[in-house]
Every structure is written in C-alpha cells, then in structure tokens.
Design a protein around this ligand. Structure first.
Ligand SMILES: [Zn+2]
Length: 134
C-alpha cells in the first residue's frame, strides 16, 4: 500500500457479543450507549453485565450524548498507517472511555479539552465510537 492510499487509520471490526450487541446496534444508528446500575445509580463504561461498583446485575442501557473532556492522550506520529491519537475521555456522566481522537490537529489536543463522540467505519463491522474536539 502506498502512503497516498492511507487516508484514515483503519479500525478493526469490533467483536460483537450477545452482551455487547445492543451497543453496536445503537452505534450503527449513531447512538452512544452506556450502562447504569438501577440499584446504586452509578453509570459505567465499558458496558458490563454487572455493576463494577456494587456488583448488582441490575444494569440498564442508557443513551448518552457522548460528551466529555480529554483526561489524557498520546499521539503516535510514527506509525506505518500514519499518525493517530488515543487516550481517555471522561464522559459528563463520569465513566472514562478509552478511544481514538479523529478529525483534529493532534498538536492542538489538550487535557481538559471538550470532545464529543462520533462513529467511524470499521473493517467489516459496526461503526466504532471515536471522539473529536467540539
Ligand atoms: Zn451498582
């Protein structure tokens, strides 16, 4: 593959399981879901079948606006597939999401910067959540 063909870093298709299928179905519609415990009220990410705070199995899907701030990030300038940036976003609801940052000047990323979710095509799977500065 020539360098000219590398436009956007390809994201591998996510593994869709019975447990995560509602998330990926929503992602295909451009909706970002998190899970919230109906016993202690705490939201969590990544979505699990039990609450990581009180271990209750009473957890429910909840649509999130997918807005938050950059907690930390790292830019990989030397990569065979071109530069990319990864890091953690702290959602406004509280949980931290490990993600890719896209559609931005990586040299201008900053801790505390406001970002919002968007969905990026993957190789043969449902679109994956990524974040971009707002
Ligand atoms: Zn709980």
């Amino acid at each position: 593959m020539s360098e000219a063909e590398v436009q956007v870093r390809k994201i591998p298709a996510p593994a869709v399981t019975i447990e995560s299928k509602p998330f990926w179905d929503a992602a295909a519609e451009g909706r970002f879901l998190i899970k919230r415990c109906t016993d202690c009220g705490e939201p969590h990410w990544y979505p699990r079948g039990f609450c990581p705070f009180c271990f209750s199995e009473n957890v429910a899907w909840e649509e999130s606006p997918g807005e938050g701030v950059i907690y930390t990030y790292s830019v990989m300038y030397r990569s065979p597939t071109g530069p990319y940036a990864i890091g953690y976003v702290t959602l406004n609801e509280g949980p931290a999401v490990l993600t890719n940052f896209v559609d931005c000047d990586f040299s201008k990323l900053a801790i505390g910067q406001k970002v919002k979710v968007k969905f990026q095509e993957t190789e043969g799977g449902p679109p994956a959540p990524v974040f971009t500065p707002v």
